[in-house]
Every structure is written in C-alpha cells, then in structure tokens.
Write a protein that binds this ligand. Structure first.
Ligand SMILES: [Zn+2]
Ligand SMILES: [Zn+2]
Length: 383
C-alpha cells in the first residue's frame, strides 16, 4: 500500500495552505465547511451530512458487508489570534489564524477521503468527521446532540493532534486520561454604585475582588501531574467604570479551572463557589456564577489504543506511551460515549513554536504520517 502518493501530498498541502489563508473561529466555520464539502464531493462519498452541530460536515464511505462504523475526526476552527509569520500562505484575516494545526488535521482526513473514494472498506463504514468549534469546547457536544448524528453513531472513534515538543513524526499514545478537564468560571459581584465622594452610600465589591483573586488561585496551584492535579488561573478581572467620580457597584472575575478528572473538577467547582459565597456575604454583595468553554476530561479506551498501536507498528512509526494527561483540554472525549475511542499525539518537532502561538504552522510532513496511521487502522478494522 503506497499511500498517499507524492502528487496527492502536494495537492493536500496546497489545499491546507488555502485553508490556512482563510481561518474562521469557532462557530463561524461556514467557508471552511464549504471548502471541505467541495473537496469531499470529488471523492464521491456515499453520503455527506452538512450543518452537524453548526458547520460540521461528515462524509460516509460504505462497505458492502455488515460491520462497525469507524469514525475519524478533524476540527474546522482556527483561533482569534493574529498570525505572525513570513509564510506565503499566512492568514489573510486580521486577528485570526490557524494556530492549532486544525488545517493540517483536515488535510489528513482529506487524504483518507481520496483513498476511500478509490477503494471502499470491505465491511462496515468509515465516517470522516469535520467537527466545528473545538477550541471553545462546544463543537463535539453540539454534533452529538444534533439529530442527524443518530445516522452515524460510531462504534470506534479516533483522532490525533499535532504536538510541538515531541520529535517530528513521533507518536505519543497511551490508555487512560489524555487531556485535562477545564472550564471557565465567570464570577459577577453586584453591590451598589455611589458618588466617589460618598462611598459609604454604596456597596463596593473592591474588597471582595481583592480577596477572591488570591483565594481562588490558592485553591489549586498545579504541581505534579497525577490524579489530584488541579490548577486555578485567574485570567481577567474588572470593576466599576474607568471614571474618578463613581465608586464601583459591580465587578467580574474570570478564572480557568483545570483538573485531571471530571470528579476532581466537581470538587474544585464546589470549593470555588463556596469561596465566592463567603466573600460576597462578608461584603454585603449578591453574586452570580456562570461557566463557559466547558471541557470534560478526555480518556483513551484500551481497545481503541490497541488498534492504533497495531497500526503504528505496521507503519513503523516511532512511538511511546508519552506523558499523560497533558494539561490542555480537548473535546474529542465526548465521542467516547458510543464506543471505544482514542486519540494520539503526533510530534511537530522538538524546537517548534507551541500551539496557539502566533508563529505556529502545521508541519506538512505530518500529513502523510497521520493519514497512513489512520488508513491502516481503518483497513485493519474493516477489510
Ligand atoms: Zn487549540
Ligand atoms: Zn487543536
């Protein structure tokens, strides 16, 4: 099996560069989805499902015999970060960039589309899932909740993410927790504004804000990666108005909560909410807490990992069990609900800009490696 060919790889890289030029952020991936549907159409899938959980696109390639549904997932979204590079295909959209490599993940799935267009699986079916809104944690859940998803519920689900810091093309893969749970906590404190000359007429949130920022940080300060790892990072705060004549009556604190497991998250959430209630009561304030960008922890099933490992050995891709879980979050774990799922990390190079950095760019050399691993996994399960 010689796949993908050099000609195909050149075309896939060029296609990725086009996506790279026109990044769209979570929930706004209309043109990216259109480009995906146009490229998929050339491979004559048996079915294409559009507008899945937003702008999601899934292509289905049926085998002739009964068998499992095997899903491979890529992500459609870029980031609200200005790209800084000299690349000829640098982002043309101000303030937005494909700086997590999702353009490369899409190119890998398109390599599979080309091959399944030429040769269907013998049994079961392959689903190529181009998921929207990964970066804010909303996309996988929205896809699963979409009634159209019932047609393509996977028996196995696989994904990959490129990872700077690992040698180029080297794979890290293991069973168990692979990504942390995380969520944004927004705390609003409500008092009463007053004239700055008469602060005693109002109720200022100032002391509560000043106390809560170190209190929340001290709840969980990171440390060693184990089952008890937890980290609270205060990311934003504001209070009152930028004016000298008004004593503040309103404040906001934003914090990101991160834990190894969903159970650990429940504990940190309860403690953070108790702190907020205590500080607000002391200051005579009311408060509201809301959560945003909620990611569950992501866990690899041993059976799905075994299928990937077998493919890595057959394709002679260097791999090890890595250091997991990694601190960043990922919403792919949601697909674990319907069957064994696993994702692996594919090295982008040891001295390479980190994900979400303004000078990051997906290495094209990874398209072939990722595609070969996925294709071998699919053929093993379905041929
Ligand atoms: Zn990202
Ligand atoms: Zn990503």
């Amino acid at each position: 099996m010689y796949f993908p060919t050099d000609l195909e790889l050149a075309e896939l890289a060029a296609w990725r560069h086009e996506l790279h030029r026109r990044p769209e952020i979570s929930g706004e991936e209309a043109e990216t989805a259109r480009a995906v549907r146009a490229a998929l159409a050339l491979t004559s899938p048996d079915k294409v499902i559009a507008y899945l959980g937003g702008h999601g696109v899934a292509a289905v390639y049926d085998g002739t015999d009964e068998g499992p549904t095997v899903m491979f997932r890529a992500e459609l979204d870029g980031l609200p970060i200005e790209e800084i590079s000299d690349l000829p295909y640098r982002s043309t959209v101000a303030g937005k960039g494909h700086l997590c490599g999702h353009d490369g993940h899409m190119a890998i799935l398109m390599a599979l589309a080309n091959e399944f267009g030429r040769q269907r699986p013998r049994r079961g079916r392959v689903v190529l899932m181009f998921q929207p809104a990964e970066e804010n944690g909303a996309g996988a859940a929205a896809v699963i909740e979409d009634s159209k998803f019932a047609e393509i519920v996977p028996d196995y689900a696989f994904s990959l993410h490129n990872l700077p810091g690992l040698p180029l093309g080297h794979v890290a893969l293991d069973s168990g927790p692979v990504n942390c749970a995380s969520r944004g906590m927004k705390v609003e404190l409500f008092g009463k504004t007053s004239h700055a000359s008469l602060p005693e007429d109002g109720t200022s949130p100032m002391l509560a804000v000043a106390g809560l920022m170190p209190d929340l940080t001290a709840l969980a300060e990171g440390g060693a990666m184990n089952a008890n790892f937890a980290l609270v990072t205060v990311t934003h705060a504001r209070m009152g108005e930028p004016a000298f004549g008004i004593a503040p009556g309103h404040a906001e604190i934003w914090a990101t909560l991160r834990t190894t497991t969903d159970a650990g998250m429940a504990g940190i959430v309860a403690r953070a909410e108790a702190l907020v209630a205590q500080r607000a009561a002391q200051a005579g304030l009311t408060f509201a807490v809301s959560y945003h960008d909620v990611f569950h922890h992501c866990e690899n099933a041993p059976e799905a990992v075994a299928h990937l490992r077998h493919a890595l050995q057959q394709e002679e891709v260097a791999h090890d069990s890595g250091v997991f879980p990694i601190k960043a979050s990922e919403d792919f774990g949601r697909f674990a609900a319907s069957g064994p799922s696993a994702m692996f990390y594919l090295g982008a190079g040891e001295n390479y800009p980190q994900l979400h950095n303004p000078d990051y760019d997906f290495p094209d050399a990874l398209i072939a490696i990722g595609a070969r691993i996925f294709m071998r996994t699919a053929r093993n399960l379905l041929d």
